[in-house]
Ligand binder design. Structure first.
Ligand SMILES: Cc1cc2nc3c(=O)[nH]c(=O)nc-3n(C[C@H](O)[C@H](O)[C@H](O)COP(=O)(O)O)c2cc1C
Length: 320
């Protein structure tokens, strides 16, 4: 089934980060030719199917760049019922998470626990495809394996025979978590394995700069490239625009103030801004690790926002 993505570059799902506000801000910086699609953070399906209002809240409004809804679960029936509801509330793509290494996911035999059980993974993809009933594509996001990458091809085969329209491969195993450099050779293996099924692969892991996007496709044969933390370091990464200090600080301020407008406390909003500053690279705000530490040490949330405001020319401040 054809995918609605408008370009071969996708923003990765990131729990606690790619909620509708941050995601919408990144999408707003790009045209559909620069950024082809995004994804919600994972939505956990555990003891019961999820209500439509929860799915709607995660999905937010759809604009010109499609946003997939990501589900994570291990109960076939609950997952299928939730998938059918997700289609009803307007998800243009259903993505299944088989990569989450969190203990909760592993205990529930969901997320990356499925890296040890390709047959179950196939059943989950198939049940979701059946529930989607050809109305929207179902995609699967995998890691390169559990303890090692020896079953990579088997996992890709399972996702493809289950009916996935796209397989996203995060180039690290569950055991490696985020600790090692992404091994793009694994992306090439995934692309080769999926080609036999006529299924495209989205390579993920280690895209830090704009130029890495095309390099990943060129070097691995993947049809798509997905960016996670690279977009936290540089929300403009898909266009290659080099943000000025004012643009960079303006983005962080708008994010923090936007969170407050949604009901977050100033402290909570500042903590989320700091989470971005932990990765941030553009606009000269974080020239070195000492500067990063200085941002992250800032305990007074208003002082943090005042420091950011000082980087934005007066006329350009949204609230002035
Ligand atoms: C803070 C954070 C939250 C994440 N949450 C999710 C998630 O909800 N679903 C998912 O499939 N992957 C999640 N991931 C994994 C990313 O989507 C991506 O696969 C990973 O970060 C590797 O890509 P990168 O090297 O470009 O960051 C998360 C990663 C981070 C850093």
């Amino acid at each position: 089934m054809s995918l609605p993505y408008t370009a071969p570059w996708l923003l990765a799902p990131m729990e606690g980060v790619t909620e509708p506000l941050f995601r919408g801000m990144v999408l707003g910086l790009h045209s559909p030719a620069e950024l082809g699609g995004a994804c919600t953070e994972f939505v956990r399906v555990s003891s019961a199917p999820l209500p439509r209002r929860v799915l709607r809240a995660h999905l937010g409004a759809q604009g010109p760049i499609p946003v997939a809804l990501q589900l994570m679960g291990s109960d076939l029936q609950h997952l299928a019922t939730t998938a059918a509801r997700a289609v009803e509330v307007g998800a243009p793509v259903l993505d299944l998470n088989f990569g989450c290494p969190a203990k909760g996911a592993l205990r529930g035999c969901a997320g990356s626990a499925l890296m040890d059980d390709p047959e179950r993974l196939r059943e989950l993809v198939a049940a979701t495809c059946e529930a989607a009933d050809g109305r929207v594509p179902v995609t699967a996001k995998l890691r390169a394996g559990g303890d090692d990458d020896s079953r990579l091809e088997e996992l890709v085969d399972a996702a493809c025979t289950g009916g996935a329209a796209l397989v996203t491969m995060h180039a690290r195993t569950r055991a490696e978590a985020y600790s090692v450099d992404a091994d793009w050779e694994r992306l090439r293996r995934a692309a080769d394995a999926a080609r036999a099924h006529g299924v495209p692969v989205c390579g993920n892991g280690g895209v830090d700069r704009h130029a890495d996007l095309e390099a990943l496709r060129r070097e691995t044969g993947c049809a798509y490239a997905m960016v996670g933390r690279g977009a936290l370091a540089d929300p403009w990464i898909f266009s290659g625009h080099e943000a000025s200090g004012a643009e960079a600080a303006g983005f962080l301020l708008a994010y923090g103030r936007g969170l407050e407008a949604q009901g977050a406390s100033t402290r909570g909003a500042a903590a989320r801004v700091k989470q971005l500053l932990g990765h941030w690279r553009v606009g000269g705000l974080v020239p070195d690790e000492e500067a990063r530490r200085s941002w992250l040490r800032e305990r007074d949330p208003e002082a943090l926002f005042a420091r950011l405001e000082a980087c934005v020319p007066q006329g350009a401040r949204g609230s002035d």
